[in-house]
Ligand binder design. Structure first.
Ligand SMILES: Cc1ncc(COP(=O)(O)O)c(C=O)c1O
Length: 382
């Protein structure tokens, strides 16, 4: 039998790396709900667990799958993507410096600007597609983390992972990446030089819109990783056992779901290109997309299930389209098996840089012909 690392990631996730319940032989590992573990008369613990805030066996099984499919040395699961993200930055101290993207998931950008900066960490937000600007923002010795997100929510702007990793490393910083939209099915950032990969596991990794979770995967088990692990424990940010179990179940179909969503998103993007009521289609799988060439280098097997449309007629026209859609649910979030539509400017509120005519689509695994017909009827009437 081949070693797990030699198997395709579809094989690894479908079998959860072959994890079974050793005690009973059950094919599916049980959910461990215990918060505490009983010591023997000699006051020794029977295993490595003592309490569920530092770790949990069910969560560890899911972490092993994630580390394997991202090609990392370790993984940690958190109560949300936000908890995973902030745990990286909580390792910094006043006087340190961060370079982050102008275009990234808004709530995390807001946290950097409102909370991390207030703790005395310096911050530069740059256009990550402009490598000269990235290099110019680096403060060697002071810049500790360069953060990227690719494709970036909600314009799906693509960042060259290898090029930015090189700039970060030359200045002595690490490269962290939010790879939620790409998933390890399409991009494995560690292979391109990233040091820490983050996911809102709430999205594709779980895939069923019923678990809030976050993940970090590390290229190396180094001192920084030990500090992040310690912070998860001392801040009480770990994922619960039930959620870990549901996540493990969702992960089994990750590859099928992401491949189908990517195929359908590509078909929808091509269909909407040139539509009389659509002024722009934002999707890295389109040949004319500014990020297409880089996306082809670092994404394989598709360009993801996320795309955005800019609707002719502005905000009111875009909102009217959402009102007419019947299959795309009007809901925030992404990466579930069901398709969603979102008017990002409404969610982000005043000051949002997202154009008011932009609709974000999270393409699910429904029959693509049905989704296209739904979009056609919603876009047709104005
Ligand atoms: C790209 C991206 N990163 C991070 C997050 C935050 O994840 P969570 O909601 O699990 O905290 C989200 C949530 O929408 C996201 O879309």
């Amino acid at each position: 039998m081949s070693k797990s690392a030699d198997l395709d990631i579809a094989t690894r996730v479908a079998r959860a790396l072959g994890a079974i319940d050793e005690a009973t032989g059950a094919l599916i590992p049980p959910v461990h709900t215990a918060t505490t573990y009983v010591r023997g008369r000699d006051y020794k613990l029977p295993g490595p667990w003592s309490y569920s805030r530092p770790d949990n066996p069910t969560v560890e099984t899911a972490e092993a799958v994630l580390a394997s499919i991202e090609g990392g040395e370790g993984a940690l699961l958190f109560a949300s993507g936000t908890a995973a993200f902030t745990s990286v930055f909580r390792t910094l101290k006043s006087g340190d410096h961060v370079v982050a993207p102008k275009e990234m998931y808004w709530a995390l950008r807001k946290w950097l600007l409102e909370q991390l900066q207030a703790s005395g960490v310096g911050m530069d937000l740059v256009d990550m597609t402009d490598l000269r600007a990235v290099a110019a923002a680096m403060r060697p010795g002071q810049t500790k983390v360069v953060w990227i997100e690719t494709p970036a929510n909600p314009t799906w702007q693509v960042t060259d992972i290898a090029a930015v990793a090189d700039i970060a490393h030359r200045a002595g910083a690490i490269l962290g990446i939010d790879s939620t939209a790409a998933t390890p099915v399409l991009t494995r950032p560690i292979e391109h030089g990233a040091d820490i990969v983050m996911h809102s596991a709430t999205k594709y990794l779980n895939g069923h819109s019923d678990v809030l979770a976050g993940a970090l995967i590390t290229a190396r088990r180094d001192e920084l990783w030990e500090r992040i692990d310690h912070l998860r424990w001392t801040n009480g940010a770990i994922l619960g056992g039930f959620e870990g179990w549901l996540l493990l179940r969702g992960l089994r179909t990750l590859v099928l779901r992401v491949r189908q969503a990517s195929r359908s998103a590509q078909a929808i993007a091509e269909h909407c290109l040139g539509h009389p009521n659509v002024s722009q289609v934002l999707y890295p799988g389109l040949g004319n997309d500014p990020g297409h060439a880089i996306a082809r280098r670092q994404m394989s097997g598709g360009f993801g299930g996320m795309l955005s449309l800019r609707v002719k007629g502005g905000r009111e026209a875009a909102l009217a389209v959402t009102g007419r859609l019947q299959l795309f649910a009007r809901a925030t979030s992404l990466g579930g098996v069901e398709s969603l539509v979102e008017h990002r400017a409404t969610i982000e509120g005043p000051g949002s840089p997202v154009p008011a005519d932009l609709l974000r689509l999270s393409v699910g695994i429904e029959e693509v012909g049905d989704l296209i017909a739904d979009l056609d009827q919603a876009l047709a009437r104005r």
